[in-house]
Design a protein around this ligand. Structure first.
Ligand code: PMP
Length: 393
């Protein structure tokens, strides 16, 4: 039976990682995989995470099952972190296996609520969105998003695209730090997006995987909060992988906001049911780290301070890279790198130019020319800038 399986195409980013590893050149630079790296190339365990783990180790006296929806302390703490004071009793939520699990459960929930729903996703989007939609056989359409000339958002086209969504459809939005492009709507553009959703009656599904990596913890949640305030029904899939640096602990949350207690309770029940069908109890360790940090003033302050250091490091690298490119190219056409936010920027290079940078300079980025800013440090920025100009981008 198992011999009938079809071979699966390997994940492009994981293949790139393997290729990088096999490259024996000194000075090679990995800008592929989407994890934060400090200037020494390490993806560190955050200070507050270490302390929270110690606290858990010292105080935890059982590893018995918890709640099917995940621990309430974690879900409440995440609701506050994402929604501020807004959350309250409009929110139903479940802990999930990472942000990926939250997206998957969100799509399953939509399918249960409306089998005819069409999911509208940005072109481009995080490839795993499309991969999961294809795997599920879920109907979807792509709305224009990126302008390859300006490396900003093709906003009029985007609005046209999401305007085609109907009531009962879902519009998947990146709450901040768009992956893979790094280009994000302005506050006015977010208002127009909310207006479009109000008009069409489509339900937003907000993927919030990088809160704290863009403009700040609250700033990165501002669009999500505005939409949650204005729209009667909102789904939010949040990940703790990046902002707590707990990638392998698989910590995420799916939240729904509704305007009536009946829909909230139905949603809560359906999400817990979905957890049961897919993996039963969600992972606890990462969720407990997060709630331990968020409910302890000292740990929370330390975590926020370190997250801010991470954010500032990435912003500094963006500014340095944009400055180097302005000098080397004699033009301001790369200034978008300083305007982009989050870990990624799509620099608009052709696949041939991406290949050339790999071959000539040992610089590895994803084929669509997405680079991970955090893969750089102050010494490698000038090397990348030179390679970009020499490749003729
Ligand atoms: N959404 C987006 C846009 C992402 O980039 C990621 C991580 N690469 C996720 C969701 C999910 O991350 P995880 O499952 O590791 O929490």
């Amino acid at each position: 039976m198992l011999g009938n399986l079809k071979p699966q195409a390997p994940d492009k980013i994981l293949s790139l990682m393997a290729e990088f590893k096999a490259d024996t050149r000194q000075g090679k630079i990995d800008l592929g995989v989407g994890v934060y790296k400090d200037p020494t190339g390490l993806t560190p365990v955050m200070r507050a995470v270490k302390k929270a783990e110690q606290k858990i180790w010292e105080t935890q006296n059982t590893k018995s099952y918890t709640a099917l929806a995940g621990e309430p302390e974690y879900r409440d703490a995440m609701s506050s972190m994402v929604l501020g004071a807004l959350g309250g009793d409009r929110v139903a939520s479940v802990g999930t296996v990472g942000g990926t699990g939250a997206i998957r459960q969100a799509l399953e929930l939509v399918r249960m609520a409306n089998p005819d729903a069409v999911i509208h996703v940005s072109d481009p989007t995080w490839p795993n969105h499309v991969s999961i939609l294809n795997f599920m056989g879920q109907a979807y359409e792509m709305y224009p998003y990126f302008d390859n000339e300006t490396r900003g958002i093709a906003f009029e086209a985007m609005l046209d695209g999401i305007g085609k969504a109907k009531k009962g459809d879902v519009v998947l939005l990146h709450g901040c730090c768009h992956n893979p492009t790094g280009a994000n709507p302005t506050a006015e553009q977010w208002d127009a997006i909310a207006e479009s959703l109000e008009k069409t009656g489509a339900t937003p599904l907000i993927d919030l995987a990088y809160q704290g990596f863009g403009d700040g913890l609250d700033e990165d949640a501002a669009a999500t909060r505005m939409i949650a305030e204005r729209l009667p029904e909102v789904l939010i899939a949040a990940s703790c992988s990046k902002n707590f640096g707990i990638y392998r602990e698989r910590t995420g949350i799916l939240m729904t906001l509704t305007n009536d207690a009946k829909s909230r309770d139905l949603s809560q029940g359906a999400m817990a049911y979905l957890n049961r069908q897919n993996y039963s109890f969600p992972p606890d360790h990462g969720a407990r780290i997060v709630s331990t940090i968020l409910t302890d003033d000292a740990l929370k302050a330390d975590w926020k301070a370190e997250l801010e250091e991470v954010r500032q490091t990435m912003l500094g690298l963006r500014t340095q890279l944009a400055d180097e490119l302005r000098t080397l190219s004699g033009s301001d056409k790369f200034d978008f790198i300083a305007r982009h936010r989050g870990m990624f920027s799509r620099i608009g290079a052709t696949p041939e130019q991406v290949a050339r940078m790999k071959e000539d300079a040992g610089i590895y980025m994803v084929g669509d020319s997405r680079l991970n800013i955090a893969g750089l440090n102050r010494d490698t920025v000038p090397i990348l800038a030179r390679a970009i100009v020499e490749a003729g981008v």
